[in-house]
Design a protein around this ligand. Structure first.
Ligand SMILES: *Cc1c(COP(=O)(O)O)cnc(C)c1O
Length: 370
């Protein structure tokens, strides 16, 4: 069997007719930028997240950069961010003129609350990029309350958390702005890049709209120098179509996760993902920890035609692009110890039952042999 890490080809086959129709409509009306589908998507997102404003932009990365600017980041401002995430969670800080302060993670792969709280109370940071990793949400309720008291802004990086909730709430309740991504690898992917910023704050929303197209609000008075980072109308049309399947696809990913949970529960050297209390995990990623044998197992699975991935290695504080911020860094021992154990298994709605069984059997056979 050959099981790649993603199957957009299969997805297209399943939804071909409706996808072609959705794109055709855009080509026919011709409003290829800021067309009606973009507005509809923004309305839909704002109601999904129960937030007043949604502004689409060219990528999740841009959403983060513009949010930092809209929250008033000052030159050399210190912004806390986890060391375990996609590079954009931290590179956005550098792009916006700030300095990333990397924070260690807990056993749920999330930013350590106690460290964050300490930095807030000492006012040794100016802002926080709070990353909801792999498909579940970190607890931000007290963090945000304390941050507000101390004049520190909080931006949620919810790129991996479309469809996730914590105690019934989607991302966005405990922050100044929430960023999402429509990268093709995400649960709802465009045929290209895309992202959005969600916020209840009118001023932040206006600033995002100015950032995404040359610093004006549709009147050709360029109040600030801006960028050109618009979500193409055709992408909005595809995202709108895919959003209809968000629940169905999430149910399928959850069923696959449950098969994995069941199959691997008795293997001692595997730590299964933990579903945090109150969370509905969207299973964007299914990340195992494998003691000692991760690389041997990866190779074994590869030989059996199964693609896996590692999210993320090396940790951000060890990436060359952040070298120059290392002198201000506290030790990050936990993230360094877990990164060599991380392994992501394929998990997407197009995965067939017999493929899931094959993955489970292959992984178990590795441990029986070794
Ligand atoms: C994908 C991702 C981003 C960046 O989004 P793009 O749309 O790829 O620019 C940022 N943060 C996290 C956690 C992500 O997974």
């Amino acid at each position: 069997m050959n099981i790649p890490f993603m199957r957009l080809d299969r997805q297209f086959k399943m939804y071909k007719d409706s996808m072609i129709k959705a794109t055709e409509r855009v080509f026919e009306h011709g409003r290829v930028l800021q067309g009606p589908e973009v507005k509809t998507l923004e309305h839909e997102l704002s109601s999904m997240f129960c937030l007043k404003n949604a502004a689409t932009v060219g990528s999740g990365t841009d959403a983060l950069i513009y949010s930092l600017k809209a929250c008033g980041i000052q030159p050399k401002a210190k912004i806390a961010v986890t060391s375990l995430s996609f590079v954009a969670s931290a590179s956005c800080i550098v792009h916006a003129g700030g300095i990333p302060v990397f924070i260690d993670v807990d056993d749920n792969f999330m930013t350590r609350q106690d460290i964050l709280m300490d930095l807030i109370q000492k006012r040794s940071i100016d802002g926080i990029i709070a990353v909801h990793l792999y498909g579940q949400m970190m607890d931000l309720e007290e963090i945000y309350r304390e941050a507000q008291k101390n004049g520190i802004f909080v931006i949620e990086d919810a790129a991996q958390c479309l469809g996730s909730t914590r105690y019934g709430n989607p991302p966005g309740k405990y922050s100044d702005a929430t960023c999402i991504s429509f990268d093709p690898t995400k649960v709802i992917g465009a045929y290209g890049s895309g992202g959005a910023v969600l916020t209840d704050n009118q001023d932040i929303n206006e600033k995002i709209i100015k950032s995404r197209y040359h610093g004006h609000l549709g009147n050709r008075v360029y109040e600030e120098v801006g960028f050109n980072s618009q979500l193409a109308t055709v992408q909005a049309a595809i995202i709108l179509l895919k959003l209809k399947y968000l629940d169905e696809w999430q149910n399928r990913r959850t069923a696959i996760a449950n098969s994995y949970f069941e199959a691997f529960q008795y293997i001692d050297s595997i730590t299964l993902p933990n579903i945090m209390k109150g969370n509905v995990h969207n299973f964007h990623k299914y990340v195992l920890r494998i003691k000692d044998k991760r690389d041997a197992m990866t190779q074994y699975l590869r030989n059996k035609g199964i693609a896996t991935s590692i999210h993320y290695s090396p940790p951000l504080h060890q990436q060359p692009c952040f070298n120059k911020y290392m002198s201000i860094q506290a030790p990050l021992t936990h993230v360094e110890s877990i990164v060599p154990e991380l392994l992501s298994l394929p998990i997407y709605p197009e995965l067939k039952d017999e493929e899931v069984t094959y993955i489970c059997d292959s992984l178990i056979s590795f441990f029986n042999l070794s």
